[in-house]
Design a protein around this ligand. Structure first.
Ligand code: NAD
Length: 297
């Protein structure tokens, strides 16, 4: 049993914290929002009055926060984790944030004598609830070895990507591939429709041909061929268009920072920015097919 502080009890954080409790760990949660705090208490998570209260006495701190500014505030802000944690506490940030902030906060943790990992996830809310998330982890090998048993309670695939920041790098590179692939499948499906080719037939052919990819065979953006894909339930997420846009923007700012050419990543970010208006931002990211079909709001 490990004493774990869990900060950020939102859509992802709450089910992840629940899995830590189920695995026999002692969890103290905290969230700035009253609604997530109440939902966590109703789900059987002990919730502290404040951040310092959750972190006091913890052997491990896990954070699952919206973006870089919140991660910076929670760790390095006044009364933050870096000041409140006991010596030897292991810090694991599972949020999806920019590489620069991840490296900067990890360096501040190191200066305070604390080991920190960036450990973003893929698998979404469903994977968080089922305990089947994939963790991409950046940080020292020693910290990774200590974190593995804790992460194993929340995920099924845990990969050490390299030094600090490489977990975030893996996450944005992967999601840039995913965003580009999804757009390519949507364009091909929309073109097939206009050419009088049945979309189910294109699926049948491409699923076994060189166009095969995850966006086609696991997450098909048209209803029918893959019954579990969001296209079969009115594009309810899943993984929202707004989250895809967030990750594509993170990839673009990282590419600019290191001078990498990512023209298709840039185009994908533009297309998701056009699509993810107020009306569409909460839809699954595969709903971008509506734009290619000229049917988006
Ligand atoms: P969410 O908005 O539901 O949860 C974030 C929680 O953090 C909220 O409850 C919020 O009140 C809390 N919070 C914000 N600032 C805080 C602070 N200073 N102190 C304490 N709590 C604070 O978001 P989510 O969907 O759970 O996503 C969390 C992270 O996981 C994001 O970085 C997201 O990109 C990433 N992610 C989400 C998914 C998904 O499908 N939802 C999938 C993969 C990765």
């Amino acid at each position: 049993m490990t004493r774990i502080a869990f900060i950020g009890l939102g859509n992802m954080g709450l089910p992840m914290a629940q899995n830590l409790v189920r695995a026999g760990h002692e969890v103290q949660g905290f969230d700035v929002g009253a609604a997530p705090r109440e939902a966590a208490e109703a789900a059987g998570i002990a919730v502290a009055e404040d951040l310092a209260g959750a972190v006091a006495g913890a052997e491990v701190v896990v954070t699952m926060l919206p973006a870089g500014p919140q991660v910076r505030a929670v760790y390095a802000g006044l009364g933050g984790v870096l000041g409140a944690a006991d010596a030897g506490t292991l810090l694991i940030d599972c949020s999806t944030i920019d590489v620069e902030t991840a490296r900067d906060v990890a360096a501040q943790a190191e200066a305070a004598g604390l080991a920190m990992l960036d450990a973003p996830v893929s698998g979404g809310v469903g994977g968080a609830a089922a305990g089947t998330l994939t963790f991409m982890v950046g940080g020292s090998a020693a910290a990774f070895a200590s974190a593995e048993p804790v992460l194993a309670a929340m995920g099924k695939s845990i990969v050490h990507a390299g030094d600090a920041g490489t977990g975030q790098a893996a996450k944005i590179c992967n999601n840039m591939m995913l965003g580009i692939q999804m757009i390519s499948v949507c364009e091909a499906m929309a073109l097939a429709e206009k050419l009088g080719l049945d979309q189910e037939k294109l699926f049948e052919i491409s699923a076994k041909a060189s166009g095969q990819c995850w966006s086609l065979t696991t997450y098909c953006p048209v209803p029918g061929p893959v019954p579990s894909s969001p296209a079969n339930r009115g594009y309810q997420p899943g993984f929202t268009a707004a989250m895809m846009l967030k990750d594509l923007r993170l990839a673009q700012s990282a590419a600019q920072a290191v001078g990498a050419a990512t023209p298709l990543g840039a185009e994908a970010a533009q297309l998701y920015a056009l699509f993810a208006s107020k009306e569409n931002e909460g839809l699954d990211f595969s709903a971008i097919i509506k734009m290619m079909q000229g049917r988006s709001g």
